[in-house]
Design a protein around this ligand. Structure first.
Ligand SMILES: Nc1nc2c(ncn2[C@@H]2O[C@H](COP(=O)(O)OP(=O)(O)OP(=O)(O)O)[C@@H](O)[C@H]2O)c(=O)[nH]1
Ligand SMILES: [Mg+2]
Length: 510
């Protein structure tokens, strides 16, 4: 069990009201910019999918959308930033750098056409509209990959990682991708199995390129894709272990690293895996043990012409599931000869690691979307104020100050504190770091208190103990910056304790 839910804590109505008041009181040019900030606050969450070339970004995008709309290929494929968003008519709008727009239909397979009617270097961004409900809440942004850094010199790599990397910090990051990631509100990094040095560097380069919000583990998640290619008897098990290690190594960059077989997730989630494919799998399952074991040794052996199952159909299976997915499905058929195609699809989907990713995107990002968007809006207001003449500047600063006085702004303070801690700007011991991260990334009290599955009484005790621990740390164990953070964390634990004790009042005992 996850314990009782806490009262919703949406910040955006408060931030919207502040924007609206400011629009009414500031000069037209400033008001116009605040209107844009407000529009964005009220729009869907912008989730960018980023990573090295060929890491499987477009495959993951298709899996998330539930339709094969973004082209994927074994060769370099995605050349421009593509924003998949909700629209009442399915269409592709190619926005060119010269300010003109070309409108195209999807191709016969429902994929973005390969020919966009102009040269790739003329395109600023592609807006792909789909009448998919899920896109009402989130815009998914596919990006061209970061070029491989393998051949580049160590000196250059160090330049990328160095604090004074300057322009070189952005080398290798496609300019449009960089803009897309830096303006997104959440980022999904697609890493490949070994998280080679250049994967981590890619992630760092994107983080450095992005301002403020996108560089925090609060709104960034990573996938360890192609988990099927981890060399081990049970690749997924090994990938789970690897992902756990990487979650720790990359803890200042992403909230967690999840293993995924993107290809299998895409094929099962988009209907690409068909009844005919299931029949081919059933035919493979009837072959004798020796032949089957030989086939699973490599893709070449799997497609040997003399085997008595249609070679083209076997080729299609490889494209859709690769050997790992085929083996999972064939094992399931051998274990249960009556298994239906629907059941096979479910087994494959769960073996791909997709359900966990989906749950996190739906749960965590959507629960946090309001916080993330509110924080982005406030930081945009703050930057706007800094550029304004004294009159409007003071109006904005006063409004922000007033907003922070509001009791509900505790959630924003927590988010700010957690961003400082999780991104490594304020140092805390590992266990306290984890506590802060759980508090912001958890979707229920059990996860927030780091005690999933605890009973209500245990949760109440955990919240109270947490509050006490952080109060003592604020008073005795910390330096001034840590103390400021500790007070905020203490208050959050205290509020959770209040809400858990009096759930019906929404915690409004003050
Ligand atoms: N075996 C295996 N292959 C995968 C997986 N995910 C993606 N692929 C394959 O990897 C290749 C590259 O996938 P894409 O989705 O085009 O990769 P991308 O990152 O979008 O590539 P660019 O847009 O060129 O940067 C395709 O052939 C995919 O089918 C996976 O989990 N396992
Ligand atoms: Mg791609």
């Amino acid at each position: 069990m996850t314990g009782p839910a806490l009262a919703p804590r949406r910040m955006s109505p408060l931030v919207s009201a502040t924007c609206q008041r400011l629009i009414a009181t500031t000069p037209p040019d400033v008001a116009g910019q605040i209107r844009e900030i407000l529009g964005r606050l009220q729009g869907p969450l912008q989730l960018a999918v980023a990573g090295r070339i060929k890491s499987g970004k477009s495959t993951v995008v298709n899996g998330l959308i539930g339709r094969r709309v973004s082209p994927t290929d074994i060769r370099e494929c995605t050349r421009m930033v593509t924003r998949f968003q909700y629209g009442t008519v399915d269409r592709v709008e190619v926005r060119k750098l010269d300010g003109t727009t070309l409108t195209l239909p999807y191709d016969d397979d429902g994929v973005i056409p390969a020919d966009l009617g102009c040269e790739p270097h003329e395109v600023a961004v592609v807006d792909a509209y789909l009448t998919y409900e899920m896109l009402r809440h989130v815009t998914i942004i596919d990006t061209p990959g970061l070029a491989s850094l393998d051949a580049q010199s160590v000196g250059r790599t160090q330049g990328m990682l160095g604090e004074t990397g300057g322009v070189s910090a952005l080398d290798g990051v496609d300019e449009q991708s960089q803009i897309a990631v830096s303006s997104a509100e959440a980022v999904l990094y697609v890493l490949t199995q070994s998280v080679r040095a250049d994967d981590a560097e890619a992630l760092n380069a994107f983080r450095r390129a992005s301002s403020g919000q996108t560089s925090s583990p609060i709104n960034a998640l990573a996938i360890l894709n192609k988990a099927d290619q981890v060399t081990a008897d049970e690749p997924m098990k090994a990938a789970i272990e690897l992902a756990r290690e990487h979650s720790h190594t990359l803890r200042h960059a992403v909230s967690q690293v999840l293993p995924l077989v993107g290809l299998v997730a895409e094929s099962t989630g988009t209907g690409y895996f068909s009844e005919a494919d299931a029949q081919t799998l059933r035919a493979v399952a009837t072959l004798d043990d020796v032949t089957r074991q030989m086939m699973f040794m490599s893709t070449d052996l799997f497609t040997r012409p003399e085997i008595g199952v249609d070679p083209d159909a076997r080729e299609r299976l490889l494209v859709k599931l690769d050997l790992y997915g085929i083996r999972v499905a064939v094992d399931a058929i051998i274990a249960d000869g009556q298994i239906s195609t629907g059941e096979l699809r479910t087994i494959l989907e769960s073996a791909s690691g997709y359900p966990k990713l989906r749950a996190i995107i739906d749960g965590v990002f959507s629960v946090r979307a309001d916080d993330i968007k509110s924080a982005v809006a406030l930081s945009a207001l703050d930057s706007l104020a800094a550029k304004c003449a004294p009159g409007p500047r003071d109006l904005i600063y006063d409004a922000l100050e007033e907003l922070y006085q509001h009791p509900e702004a505790q959630q924003l303070r927590l988010l700010e504190a957690a961003t400082l801690v999780t991104s490594g700007k304020v140092d805390l011991p590992d266990d306290m770091f984890d506590e802060v991260r759980n508090l912001v990334t958890g979707t229920n009290p059990g996860e927030m208190l780091g005690t999933p599955g605890a009973s209500s009484d245990e949760l109440i005790t955990a919240a109270l103990e947490g509050a006490g621990r952080w109060r003592s740390f604020a008073t005795f164990g910390s330096n001034p910056t840590q103390a400021r953070i500790a007070h905020i964390i203490h208050r959050s634990y205290f509020l959770i304790w209040q809400q858990l004790r009096a759930p019906n009042t929404g915690g409004a005992i003050s």
